[in-house]
Design a protein around this ligand. Structure first.
Ligand SMILES: CC(C)(COP(=O)(O)OP(=O)(O)OC[C@H]1O[C@@H](n2cnc3c(N)ncnc32)[C@H](O)[C@@H]1OP(=O)(O)O)[C@@H](O)C(=O)NCCC(=O)NCCS
Length: 329
């Protein structure tokens, strides 16, 4: 029996009442967000529930992450999604301890199960609005590792067409780029002066961050983690790249909206600050539209101003945020 089916009544009841449900920036209607959340609980592996009565109700999805475990060389697990029926500011100070202790006990049960699976490292994500979830994770020994934003741009309008400056060329990635751009993909995404994410901020993962981005790049160029990649060349040498994924079929059928993503992107450090990222993004947006996407999203970190400024200037709106925590088990 699936984890959701095992807890069907509790899942139905709590998902219907939870004031905060994450929707990956799609601005979904409430019934769709609820189905979306149930699909994610279903995909989690296990679902843990707190007591059915008392000051608060909680659901915590838990699962083991095979790919991360292989890359980082330690068994990794995840708590996601975390659902409860509380709103920050609506919990009286006198109830706070009781409310959080219910959450903490549910998280502890999920961690106990992950420990039994051999998990040594756990990540947990909550919606940026869910500070109660964040406080419970803090109490359970987790530490904040990054704050992400999602911007979404409607692709119905005309996308400006811009020519690359003299000497530059934008072209689709070729098989040789797997090797030629692996170094840039790994160094740009781990260049902490420009971009800090949970893989570089957490000292446990940081030594493996470059290896992880190399593997991500390889999987992207081989078509597993990207549908298209565009490369910016200067004088025949690649100096930038952008990867994109078209609309996911399951997401589209659930949401009735075809939303694509820009995923990895980087410009060689010598060429930054000259508007070249904007050029890459415009190219990616045109391709996403051609692939039938109604909107394009980008997930970045709160501190990554260049990405946010570029997307905002093109008319993208901030549609979601999330907080990611880590803990060793
Ligand atoms: C993010 C990145 C691709 C931007 O490339 P870029 O070619 O330097 O960006 P642009 O020159 O097109 O600048 C885009 C906007 O950001 C601003 N900007 C550029 N660098 C910035 C910085 N370090 N801090 C704040 N704003 C910055 C620019 O002024 C411009 O805004 P404006 O149009 O309002 O003036 C590049 O910095 C990079 O490779 N970083 C490391 C990898 C990374 O962070 N990837 C994104 C992961 S989501």
């Amino acid at each position: 029996m699936s984890p959701v089916a095992r807890n069907a009544a509790r899942v139905e009841d709590l998902v219907a009442r939870a004031p905060i449900l994450a929707d990956d920036g799609l601005d979904l209607t409430r019934p769709v967000i609820e189905s979306w959340t149930k699909a994610r609980l279903e995909g989690a592996g296990q679902v843990f529930t707190g007591p059915a009565t008392g000051p608060a109700r909680w659901l915590v999805g838990a699962g083991v992450l095979a790919w991360d475990s292989r890359i980082f060389g330690l068994t990794c697990g995840r708590l996601f999604p975390i659902v409860h029926d509380l709103l920050p500011g609506r919990v009286g100070a006198s109830d706070e301890t009781a409310v959080e202790s219910v959450g903490r006990r549910t998280v502890a049960r999920a961690l106990g199960w992950l420990g039994g699976q051999g998990v040594a490292f756990v990540s947990a994500r909550v919606d940026g609005r869910d500070l109660i979830g964040a406080h419970v994770l803090e109490q359970a020994g987790f530490r904040l590792m990054d704050v992400s934003t999602i911007h979404r741009l409607d692709l119905a309008g005309k996308i400006p067409s811009v020519r690359p400056p003299k000497g530059f060329r934008l072209r689709p990635a070729e098989p040789q780029d797997e090797r030629r751009l692996a170094g840039l993909a790994a160094s740009a995404m781990t260049d902490v002066q420009y971009f800090q994410d949970r893989f570089t901020v957490d000292p446990i993962l940081a030594p493996m961050a470059k290896k992880m981005y190399r593997a991500w790049w390889r999987n992207s160029i081989r078509g597993e983690r990207a549908d298209e990649i565009w490369v910016l060349e200067h004088g025949g040498r690649p100096v930038g790249f952008i990867t994109l994924t078209g609309a996911d079929a399951a997401e589209t059928s659930l949401t009735n909206h075809a939303g694509g993503w820009v995923v990895l992107n980087g410009i060689e450090s010598d060429w930054r600050g000259r508007g070249l990222y904007r050029l890459l993004v415009l190219g990616a947006l045109r391709r996403l539209k051609k692939r039938g996407c109604q909107s394009a999203r980008v997930k970045t970190k709160l501190t990554q101003r260049a990405v946010q400024r570029t997307w905002q200037a093109l008319g993208a709106r901030l549609t979601a945020s999330s907080l990611v925590f880590h803990r060793r088990l």
